[in-house]
Design a protein around this ligand. Structure first.
Ligand code: C5P
Length: 306
């Protein structure tokens, strides 16, 4: 029996290091980043539809606001790229069940694109190699390749040139979510504006962070969290500074804006500390909603196929 329906689960990410080089002529920035995949997941469900019916996308779940269902969605773009490359017709219903915050700096849209690649590969029996998947992913966005593999990885170039990072232990996170997202291009532009006239050097990987990850040392990792986009996110959303301060006051090992924000990620020593911090943040009144997660976790993976 041919497969009719596939479900792929895909995680969100935080950047433990996000070092941003100068703006290049193509508008992008050279990055050195350390990604960690964390346990907040979207599910992408793809089902075969009538021949000639095309691709129909629906978004469900608790995080749907502002997610497009037309050809601007990376899931549709992933399907179109694959259809072109493999010369197949893709007629399918695709449902994205969202839990990853939208426009939150946790790569939700990129995660869905990575999941779509894995789901289409399974549904249409394409037997894509990792390299083929990666090539399609990199055309869709800088974070998409990482969400295919998950775990902990160093990203260079636009963030899409990956090397696995050696990381031991489990890291516990508390995430302060905002109900209104931030646009990634706007954050990069603000970063450029704030750095105008400064001499920005090539970004370098933090050896100290690599050592702390290898040593399963959350305290060390907490001290070494760095995000060059944080001043820009705080400039466009000043309330983030307050949230960062409140978390640190309540004993987080480290506090950082996640990617281009506005999610703020707090590293904590264990699950119990995470629960305490989540309660304190909720009670403080400065945070919209709070969730907890751990990492690293695997990347996009088939969880059902029938
Ligand atoms: O690659 P992606 O589509 O996710 O990037 C979104 C936006 O983020 C880009 O349009 C660009 O403005 C900015 N960006 C950048 N340098 C990178 C990655 C992203 O300037 N390395």
């Amino acid at each position: 029996m041919p497969i009719r329906s596939v479900t792929v689960r895909v995680p969100a990410k935080v950047n433990l290091q996000l070092s941003v080089g100068p703006r290049e002529l193509d508008g992008y920035h050279q990055l050195v980043t350390v990604f960690q995949a964390i346990s907040i997941f979207d599910d992408v469900i793809i089902k075969i539809a009538e021949p000639g019916s095309g691709i129909h996308l629906t978004i469900t779940g608790d995080q749907t606001h502002g997610v497009p269902t037309d050809a601007t969605n990376l899931v549709v773009q992933a399907a179109e790229l694959i259809a072109q490359k493999f010369e197949i017709d893709i007629d399918a219903h695709i449902e994205v069940k969202k839990s990853i915050p939208v426009a939150g700096g946790m790569a939700g849209g990129s995660a869905d694109a990575a999941a779509a690649i894995v789901a289409i590969d399974e549904l249409y029996n394409l037997d894509m190699t990792r390299d083929e998947m990666h090539e399609i992913a990199a055309q869709l966005g800088s974070d998409v390749p990482f969400l295919l593999s998950g775990g902990t990885a160093i990203g260079q170039g636009r963030g899409d040139q990956l090397t696995a990072a050696l990381s031991r232990g489990t890291y516990h996170w508390v995430l302060a979510l905002s109900s209104v997202g931030l646009s990634t291009p706007a954050i990069y532009s603000e970063c450029d504006r704030l750095r105008q006239g400064l001499d920005i050097s090539e970004p370098q990987i933090s050896d100290a962070l690599m050592q702390a990850l290898l040593a399963a040392d959350p305290k060390g990792v907490g001290n070494l969290l760095v995000n060059d986009l944080q001043p820009a996110a705080c400039s466009l959303r000043p309330a983030l500074r307050l949230i960062l301060d409140v978390g640190q006051e309540y004993g987080a090992l480290g506090a950082i804006v996640s990617g281009s924000g506005p999610t703020v990620a707090f590293l904590v020593s264990d699950e119990e500390h995470g629960l305490d911090l989540a309660v304190a943040l909720s009670a403080s009144g400065v945070v919209g909603s709070v969730t907890r997660a751990f990492g690293p976790v695997h990347g996009a993976k088939v969880i059902e196929s029938h």
